[in-house]
Design a protein around this ligand. Structure first.
Ligand code: MRU
Length: 337
């Protein structure tokens, strides 16, 4: 039975820690239903990530970090097994590996009996830092929207997939500047791309409706026409992995939007926390692309290819918005700490 707390007592949050468990907002049930699930075993955390009950690169990372703590409570001596099991859930979002490496380096240095408490502490820190980073992305990204608003009102922003608060611990990445601008009374309208085959655009539409941000849902293939007609001032998308040279993996369909934006002189921005940058990955060709089930496309016996992500070359990206500011892809190395 799903755990369903009263929404008034537990406002819409993607992930909440509670008594040695976590409670997640089940994104496979949205936007039709708001259902929370309690995860109290490693298997449940693995299932939640793999089945996309939790999804979006930063949220996958934070959930996996809590998954380590939950796994340790069960089997305190098998840290490596817990980390390997979580790492195998989804391949493209580097935040998963980033969070697990961080947990590994903190915990492996400790005696077994101290690991459980430290795991909860580190998972909490990862979650809190994600919320802080995404709020800062909003404050940097708002400058771009403010600039456009000097000449174009409302500012027409296009996005793809869901890179809002649902995809993170809080605030979102691509939607964070939009929420910041809306709060600052900058007139806005968001073109929300449906994002086949899993329709994460409906999650974005749901989020924007909660926040009263004007928006319009479009079929993915309508984006080119809107860009050609001058009805888009900028595109902001999230990222699942940004290579050292700025090539960026995001939900499949992102690359086509970047190409069309480039053809029509529309700026194309990527918003992501530093945890999404993989400095060990030289370029986009080295980014692993998740291949998902044929059933998501649902073509009976027809052979199906279902890559879940694509790679937008750095040359098509106007800027990468992180918690440190807006950086040209060619200058990404300056963010390496
Ligand atoms: O397969 P998903 O739904 O996890 O993919 C999500 C995306 O591609 C998002 O755009 C990306 O993770 C950025 S999340 C802030």
């Amino acid at each position: 039975m799903p755990f369903v707390p009263l929404v008034v007592n537990k406002p819409f949050q993607t992930l909440v820690e509670e008594d040695g468990t976590i409670v997640i907002l089940d994104q496979t049930r949205l936007p039709a239903e708001v259902v929370f699930q309690r995860l109290s075993t490693l298997d449940q955390v693995v299932h939640a990530i793999r089945s996309m009950q939790v999804r979006g690169a930063p949220l996958i990372g934070a959930t996996a970090a809590y998954g380590v703590a939950i796994g340790l409570a069960d089997k305190a001596d098998v840290l490596a097994h817990i980390i390997d099991t979580l790492a195998a859930t989804r391949p493209t979002a580097v935040n998963l590996n980033w969070a697990l490496s961080r947990m590994q380096s903190v915990l492996a240095a400790l005696p077994t009996q101290d690991r459980l408490t430290a795991a909860w502490q580190e998972a909490r820190a990862i979650a809190a830092e994600d919320a802080t980073a995404n709020a800062a992305i909003g404050q940097h990204g708002i400058q771009l929207l403010r600039q456009i608003a000097l000449t174009n009102k409302p500012v027409n922003v296009m996005t793809h997939c869901n890179a809002g608060w649902l995809a993170t611990v809080a605030h979102g990445t691509a939607l964070s500047p939009i929420y910041a601008a809306h709060a600052a009374h900058i007139p806005l309208h968001v073109w929300v791309s449906e994002t086949r085959p899993r329709n994460q655009g409906l999650l974005t539409a749901w989020e924007l409706a909660q926040a009263d941000v004007p928006h319009t849902l479009i079929a993915d293939n309508a984006a080119g026409l809107l860009l050609m007609q001058g009805r888009v001032d900028c595109i902001i998308v999230g990222a699942d992995r940004i290579a050292a040279n700025g090539d960026t993996a995001n939900k499949v369909g992102t690359y086509l939007k970047a190409l069309a934006a480039n053809a029509h002189g529309v700026p194309f921005y990527v918003a992501a926390p530093l945890s999404t940058i993989d400095f060990d990955c030289a370029n986009g060709a080295a980014i692993p692309i998740e291949q998902r089930a044929a059933a998501e496309i649902g073509a009976g016996n027809t052979p199906v290819a279902n890559p879940a992500f694509d790679v937008t070359p750095a040359a098509l990206i106007s800027g990468i918005i992180t918690q440190r500011g807006i950086t040209l892809p060619a200058a990404l190395h300056t963010l390496r700490s």
